[in-house]
Write a protein that binds this ligand. Structure first.
Ligand code: C2E
Ligand code: CA
Ligand code: CA
Length: 739
């Protein structure tokens, strides 16, 4: 490797393989041809051999010139077949073939035949000699001048072509977004520029921050026989000579030229990092080619710098600044790809949350918090292979995305068991996790992430150290309920909740004895939300307390309107849920509402369901007794659906049992002796309560219950529930209606 040359400090001459200069003699005079051949044999011009080509006619010469572009000098007899044959040949060489580099020396047999000056100029003819003047000595001088002229022109032309290619190549380079893509292009474009087979390497010298500034060399791109070394170090090239050349280029920070290879250097200040590019040239590049490479190198440096800048921006967008691991953006990007990819069903997303984190962060300061985050990030990074994405979503929420086989829920739990926790996390922190199998999920990445977060949040309500698996069914129901609850709150605030009243009728007298107040929710678009959808939700979430309070006040207002209209003897039944009734101040509230509405207690009935009554029996009995003491009636709703025993029923302070609609439906369909409605009526009689049937829709049902001892009924046979104003009109018409 001792013959290499730096082209950073060029001037040292190259030792190229011997040059060859082609000289063509065109003359129909065989004697002259022979003499010239003799004079030229073994001649050296400008470090090159002369290779002689001969043409004996205009035709022969033009064929030769069309094929062979690299002829340095033509010695041309002007007069051949015709007087102007020589000049015609020159014209076709310059204008038709387009060869501007080949030098031309005109010869004539006799003096006085010199071409005019314009012709010499127009066709770029260098010299004009009569054959007799052309001694061997003079021939050498003439050829030397011609060859030099040719060589210079050819360099200029090649440089021009090369520059043109560089401009095109540079454009190609600037489209690259990654160093790898760019490096591959660098190799192919250099090969194109130098007209070589692509065999080369691009490597970067990366400073390892961890090992204190010591740098390692990484191969980013490699082609031809080096292909396998991509991503490896220099030793993976398995070629000591090539590795040494690259190493030296990076060490000396300059480009190197060898006999059969060239190593280009791209410095950090131009390219963003120190890069070296090795190109197998199989020959020594000449000065023009080296010049071209120099120019191209500037473009390459700029390209590398742009890519570095691009990836830095990308890093900023996709990396967590504190922990130097992928951030939420990176997770979403990868999650989206995974959800669309073929391996989707084998992938899992795990979210991990540090219990107690925000508390500790507040108590011990953010420095402590950062430290704990670092511990968790490291532990996760160490545990999983490169196939698994470990990201920080936000605050103390981490995400793991990877193959099911590698990211197993049980292992995650194990990973953060007390004895496995990093010492520093000690007793302070446990972790909670949720595992979402992507096979259970269809939707976008951000929805997947949101759902996983929601179920983690729910799991954490129970306490610390929770590890759950995402259940899509539960989740979508939860999401829907949540949406509904928000809408319900808005509806309450906007006054879109109202009540309607459904009459209850004495079957014997046909008098209206009561009305049941039923909640109604009319949405902005006019559609109704059924109470069976929102009442249970409100009960489950505690929202029934304010909602029930509102419904109670609306019902009492209606009772007041009935009394004002002269229907003071019609009792208004109000449905009361368990959480309402179990409030310790329920009686006090109820009393206040009664007073505010100006309604007498005996105008009102409270309906509680059988299951509520049996739930907290003692408390419920106490509240019901207090109501009855005030004069408020009590009805047990949906009776027959619970499992209250007769002995409890005897103790329950209630006035009326409401036979559930499902038993009324059976009338006419089931044998009489199997009718539960019949049993309910008899039980009521036994415990001394009145009984009312709900959901009476047919006259047959009405006849049947009356026959079996139930005097009151409520149902569509008489009326549906309606707004108070409508009810007042209905009541006015009622006695006139046909039975
Ligand atoms: P519920 O207390 O058993 O109310 C009777 C339900 O049966 C009402 O449905 C009523 O419209 C319906 N109904 C009445 N007659 C007939 C009939 O002949 N045929 C049929 N098929 N249905 C009839 P709604 O209004 O949908 O209420 C459903 C449930 O929602 C109520 O059952 C009650 O449990 C609850 N609810 C309604 N309003 C309130 C309220 O203000 N407070 C509370 N806590 N719960 C309420
Ligand atoms: Ca009811
Ligand atoms: Ca009922």
């Amino acid at each position: 490797m001792e013959d290499q040359l730096m082209f950073s400090d060029d001037d040292t001459p190259v030792s190229p393989t011997k040059l060859v200069w082609r000289v063509l003699t065109v003359d129909d005079d065989p004697d002259f041809q022979r003499a010239t051949a003799f004079a030229l044999s073994g001649l050296e011009v400008l470090d090159g051999h002369i290779e002689l080509l001969q043409a004996f006619s205009y035709r022969e010469a033009s064929m030769l010139l069309a094929e062979q572009r690299d002829i340095a000098v033509i010695l041309l007899d002007v007069v051949m077949e015709t007087d102007d044959a020589g000049l015609r040949l020159v014209r076709s060489l310059r204008e038709v073939i387009g060869n501007a580099e080949t030098r031309i020396v005109l010869l004539t047999g006799e003096p006085g035949m010199a071409p005019v000056q314009e012709v010499m100029h127009d066709y770029d003819i260098n010299d004009y000699w009569t054959k007799s003047e052309l001694t061997a000595e003079r021939l050498l001088t003439v050829l030397t001048a011609g060859v030099r002229g040719y060589s210079q022109l050819r360099s200029v032309a090649r440089a021009r072509r090369g520059l043109q290619m560089i401009v095109e190549s540079s454009n190609a380079l600037f489209c690259s977004k990654s160093t790898r893509e760019l490096s591959a292009k660098i190799l192919s474009e250099i090969a194109l520029l130098l007209d070589l087979e692509t065999e080369g390497i691009v490597c970067v010298s990366a400073e390892e921050s961890a090992s204190g500034g010591e740098s390692t060399v990484r191969i980013i791109s490699a082609s031809g026989r080096f292909f396998r070394a991509i991503d490896g170090g220099l030793d993976s090239l398995n070629d000591i000579t090539v590795a040494a050349a690259l190493q030296r280029c990076l060490l000396e920070q300059q480009s190197l030229r060898f006999d059969h290879a060239t190593v280009l250097f791209f410095p950090r200040f131009q390219a963003g990092a120190d890069y070296a590019c090795y190109v197998d040239t199989e020959r020594t590049l000449d000065d023009t080619e080296m010049e071209l490479l120099k120019v191209f190198s500037a473009s390459i440096s700029r390209g590398l710098y742009n890519v570095a800048l691009f990836s830095r921006l990308e890093e900023m967008a996709y990396q967590d600044d504190l922990l130097k691991i992928p951030n939420r953006n990176a997770l979403i990007r990868m999650l989206d790809l995974t959800l669309q990819g073929e391996a989707k069903d084998e992938r899992v997303l795990v979210l991990i949350d540090i219990d107690n984190f925000s508390g500790a962060n507040t108590a011990f300061g953010t420095g402590y918090g950062d430290f704990i985050l670092g511990l968790v990030a490291n532990k996760l990074r160490q545990t999983f292979s490169g196939n698994v994405l470990v990201a920080r979503v936000r605050d103390d929420l981490f995400a793991i995305l990877g193959p099911q086989s590698e990211v197993r829920a049980a292992d995650i739990v194990e990973l953060f068991r007390r004895h496995n926790r990093p010492y520093e996390m000690g007793q302070v922190h446990s972790l909670s996790s949720v595992t979402l199998h992507l096979s259970d999920f269809s939707g976008t990445a951000s929805v997947a992430l949101q759902n996983a977060r929601l179920s983690l949040k729910q799991a954490k309500r129970i306490g610390h150290n929770q590890h759950v698996v995402y259940n899509p069914a539960v989740q979508s129901a939860h999401a829907e309920s949540y949406r509904l609850l928000l809408a319900l709150r808005d509806a309450v605030e906007a006054g879109r909740i109202s009540i309607e009243l459904q009459p209850q009728v004495d079957l014997r007298t046909r008098k209206v004895t009561g009305v049941e107040a039923l909640a109604r929710w009319r949405q902005v678009d006019g559609r109704m939300v059924p109470p069976l959808q929102f009442i249970p939700l409100a009960e489950a979430t505690g929202y029934i307390l304010p909602l029930g309070d509102l419904l109670m006040r609306l019902a009492l207002q209606a009772a007041r309107q009935l009394a004002d209209a002269g229907y003071g003897d019609i009792r208004t039944a109000i449905n009361v849920s368990a959480p309402q009734l179990l409030q310790h101040d329920f009686i006090a509230r109820f009393t206040t509402h009664l007073r505010d509405a100006g309604v007498q207690p005996h105008q009102v009935e409270v309906e509680i369901t059988e299951s509520v009554a049996m739930q907290s029996f003692e408390t419920v009995c106490g509240q019901l007794a207090a109501l009855r003491e005030m004069g408020v009636a009590v009805a047990i709703d949906d009776f027959g659906t619970g499992f209250s025993s007769l002995s409890y029923l005897r103790l329950l302070p209630a006035d009326r049992l409401k036979i559930d609609r499902s038993f009324i439906e059976e009338i006419g369909e089931v044998d009489d002796d199997k009718m539960i409605a019949d049993a309910v009526i008899q039980i009521a009689a036994r415990v001394g309560m009145q009984v009312i049937a709900e959901g009476v829709e047919t006259q047959q049902q009405a006849d049947w219950i009356l026959q079996h001892g139930c005097r009151e009924a409520q149902g569509y046979l008489y009326a549906k529930a309606m707004p108070c104003a409508e009810l007042l009109v209905w009541l006015g018409d009622w006695p006139g209606r046909p039975a």
